[in-house]
Ligand binder design. Sequence first.
Ligand code: KG4
Length: 340
Amino acid sequence: MKVLAIESSCDDTSIAIVDSFRKIRHIQTINHQKFHKDFGGVVPEMAARQHLDIMDMILKKISSRQLKTVDCIAATYGPGLIGGLIVGSSIAKGIAIALNKPLIPINHLQAHLLSPRMIAKINFPYLCLLVSGGNTAIVLIETEKKFKILGSTIDDSAGECFDKVAKFMGLSYPGGPALEKLAIGGDANAFILPKPLTKTKNCNFSFSGLKTSAIKIIGSHENTKVFQKDFAASFQKSISNILEIKISNAIDLLDKRNIKVKDFSICGGVAANKIINKDLKAFVNKKKMNFYQVPLSLFTDNAAMIGWNALELAKTMSLKKNNYSIRPTPNILINESFIK
Ligand code: KG4
């Protein structure tokens, strides 16, 4: 089975064709970051206009012969910025009607969580840490439709914490990659930062206290290169430690409930951080679990994971050719599926 998938929930316009043999037959993703850079974050209206401009340009790269071979169309319906969601959903709907193929609406967060199964034959249930600009959560993936959130952030996400602290240091947006680069060669033990909520034996996160404390330290030090490097390394290490403690709590919780989980994966933009990845891989392996690293191009926003999620769902439902309904919804959560 083959699916044509569209992703447009934030600042990446992406189109892919994926098949059920895990083969990505076509993918093109264009990031809009350069348009938003000067504003310190994504400007929703500009993002929507970019999606509209870019989408038909990258759609034209797919031949009509290729289009005719797909079995269904998929698009992200949420969560995300409403303008982009409307652009992607409308284009997907138009293609589905023109080709008389079923349309499958996809929950972007669930697509992230299922993406490790696109790179390896991982069995349910498995554990996934979702760390992005908008979310931080530890989720047990029970089936392609059933997700159990073991814990999530009660305030900022890890990515948001990276971005806000980096902004305060005068670094460019997005802050995570800039801070990671700065941290190279810095002393990770130079500053002791708080690890909020880590004394509580649960899987919830809190990053706002860490952010406030980081901003106070930055404000009270001379902004030398040595300070910046040591601080960035210490800050990055603190986030890594927090994530590790919470994953440990999740593993203990599952153990207590007698739920056997062998596999672990990490997804979302912060998963690009090499130190966090290295620390978490070592930790998870110590717990005798497999660590699956999704390639960079597949854990940031992309249409291949949307297509893969559609293929996973297609196995569990009967597809109706005249079902073109898709309702762009900015605030859906994990598990709140639009599919009935
Ligand atoms: O999943 P994602 O690409 O998109 C949204 O959530 O919208 O995540 C973006 C987040 C940003 O906060 C960015 O600073 C963070 O991922 N990020 C990183 C790194 N690369 C991206 N954080 C830490 N280290 C990185 N190398």
